[in-house]
Design a protein around this ligand. Structure first.
Ligand SMILES: O=C(O)C(=O)C[C@]1(C(=O)O)C=C[C@@H](O)C=C1
Length: 300
């Protein structure tokens, strides 16, 4: 998964570098959504208590939450969540088996974790939308094979495959959204004096206006639309694009759904993380330290 390499000595707060990571993460997110769209919605995997098997294991969350806990437990042992750009969805994870790497301290210490919001919009809005075509294709094939209840059209029984991909989508969206902290730190150190008054006298709207770059967002959405439309194509054996080809009567991914995911959820949540980070950027600092910081910004 694309990320900044914190150990190679480059400037981790270069806005161009951070934005290039965000751009590469678009590919990861689109490809994993294409994978998820192959399977039906499978709403059971998001409902607590839907699997008796889990209760027998003394696990009381949903099938997906169980997948997250198990996957993250393993990854935590490999010290994944000690990296400044990795955030787990579960808690009480095991300690790493390797000694900790000493990452440079780039971010101001904070406890911001947007994963509960990500899990909520992903399961409630994104999965139903991107799997609609797979669900319809399943309904058609089931009808062709005899009568079946409506509710079964959205359940293809691929609980393991669907949840495995859900974990991948969630981890890449989480990484993308939490990169907002690096974006924010980069913007703050570039011009602390502009931000400090709105942090001392907390003003979300003013901070939001300072971090918002409409032109960057406009270009991102255009690029995303083109990428999703390109990756949704099928290719013949000779590599020729098969324009308009459908899989099971539906194309590989709902392109507008991908754009909407960014426009309605990913960008707004990244901005929320940026603003929240700024609001805590001066926590615990003395007046002298803040004054010095403001002056540094004015003279640099
Ligand atoms: O690139 C930036 O400056 C960001 O803050 C990131 C981002 C985004 O989520 O893509 C968010 C807010 C800006 O309006 C533009 C883009």
């Amino acid at each position: 998964m694309p990320s900044l390499n914190f150990m190679n000595g480059g400037d981790p707060l270069s806005l161009d570098r951070i934005r290039s990571v965000l751009t590469r993460l678009e590919d990861t997110i689109i490809f994993s959504l294409i994978e998820r769209a192959q399977f039906a919605h499978n709403p059971r995997i998001y409902q607590r208590g839907a699997f008796k098997e889990l209760t027998d294991l003394n696990f009381y969350g949903s099938w997906l939450e169980w997948f997250l806990k198990e996957t993250e437990s393993f990854h935590a042992k490999a010290r994944r969540y000690t990296s400044p750009d990795e955030y787990p969805f579960s808690s009480d994870l095991p300690e790493p088996v390797l000694p900790l790497l000493s990452f440079p301290e780039i971010l101001y210490p904070n406890k911001i974790n947007a994963n509960p919001s990500i899990l909520s919009f992903y399961t409630r809005a994104i999965v139903p939308r991107i799997t609609r075509r797979a669900t319809l294709a399943l309904a058609a094939s089931k009808r062709a094979n005899g009568i079946i209840g409506d509710e079964e059209f959205e359940d293809d029984g691929n609980y393991g495959s669907a949840a495995t991909i859900d974990v991948e989508v969630l981890q890449s969206i989480s990484k993308r959204v939490h990169y907002g902290k690096f974006v924010s730190e980069s913007k703050f150190v570039e011009n602390p004096a502009a931000f400090i008054p709105h942090i001392l006298n907390p003003n979300r709207e003013a901070l939001d206006a300072l971090i918002t770059k409409p032109e960057v967002e406009r270009k991102l959405l255009l690029r995303l639309q083109k990428k999703a439309a390109t990756y949704a194509q099928d290719f013949a054996a000779d590599g020729e694009s098969i324009v308009g080809t459908k899989v099971n009567g539906s194309s590989k991914i709902d392109v507008d759904g991908v754009v909407d995911l960014y426009e309605s959820y990913i960008i707004p949540l990244t901005k929320e993380v940026e603003v929240e980070y700024l609001l805590h950027r001066l926590d615990g600092m003395s007046e002298e330290e803040i004054d010095k910081l403001a002056k540094k910004g004015l003279t640099s």
